[in-house]
Design a protein. Sequence first.
Length: 103
Amino acid sequence: MYAVVDIAGQQFKVRQGQQVFVHRLEGEEGSNASFEKVFLIDNEGQVRVGTPTLTGAKVDVKIIEHLKGDKVTVFKKKRRKGYQKSNGHRQYLSKVLIEAITE
């Protein structure tokens, strides 16, 4: 069984027991959250598709930890002009465990 769900503005294909890195969520580590924006559920071949979301369906998750992603280096340069600029960025993430998918 899997579901396509909107978590923090991004769509994820999730299964029960799977761990996913998502944009930073509100809530403490160890707390629970649920998401009702479920777009699709596949239950062993029986596919339900929402228009745009399924009513009554939700995905329950547990926030495992808050962390920062790997550093991304942004480098800009214009050739023959002597212009170069470097910038770095680390995204704030939350690691969540998919506990249950209910239809």
